[in-house]
Design a protein around this ligand. Structure first.
Ligand SMILES: CC(C)(COP(=O)(O)OP(=O)(O)OC[C@H]1O[C@@H](n2cnc3c(N)ncnc32)[C@H](O)[C@@H]1OP(=O)(O)O)[C@@H](O)C(=O)NCCC(=O)NCCS
Length: 155
């Protein structure tokens, strides 16, 4: 059985916010704080999931999305460094797609930094297609701003 098969995907709730903010801070240059994650989880269109794996079960990653009418957006997906390349990110994004579709969305949109090779590879594996490029979209402290690639998946 693979790590992904041993992974449980659960709905995220306000009680997860501090832990998710901590994990986000370990993985992104511009971390989201607990209160902004709480607000995202409380959003009426929130589809936010936590992946738990291991023995005892511990948080391996999470994904936050939002649905509005027939469109959904994946706002973030993050997997703990020591849990990466085991299928957890793929399971999370697939689960966001299923939840968004069940909520009435027909397309799932996202944006990703052009130099984020891991995330780009993940989304390509999942059949997302590139829809555009936003020049110098991500500001980086002390470095050149990076382009954003916009992608979409038909659900
Ligand atoms: C992007 C991220 C979520 C991927 O999570 P993950 O659990 O490691 O991904 P998976 O194991 O499900 O990978 C599925 C497939 O995506 C591709 N992929 C994932 N990470 C990759 C990497 N570092 N290099 C190349 N391909 C990669 C591979 O095709 C992989 O399948 P394989 O392992 O069988 O080759 C993880 O690297 C992460 O949290 N990065 C930091 C946060 C981030 O950048 N999030 C995305 C913001 S847009």
């Amino acid at each position: 059985m693979t790590e992904a098969e041993r992974t449980s995907i659960l709905w995220a709730h306000a009680g997860n916010a501090a832990e998710l903010a901590h994990l986000h801070g370990e993985l992104f240059d511009t971390p989201w704080n607990t209160s902004s994650i709480e607000q995202l989880l409380a959003h009426p269109g929130s589809i936010s999931l936590v992946a738990c794996a291991g023995q005892p079960l511990k948080t391996a990653g999470f994904a936050i999305g939002q649905v509005a009418a027939d469109e959904a957006e994946l706002l973030t997906v993050a997997v703990r460094r020591d849990a990466q390349r085991k299928g957890v990110g793929k399971s999370l994004v697939q689960a966001i797609g299923r939840a968004a579709k069940n909520a009435g969305a027909r397309k799932l949109y996202l944006e990703v930094a052009a130099d984020n090779t891991a995330a780009l590879a993940l989304y390509q594996t999942l059949q997302f297609t590139v829809t555009g490029r936003r020049k110098a979209y991500y500001e980086r402290p002390g470095a050149q701003a990076e382009d954003a690639i916009t992608m979409a998946l038909q659900l």
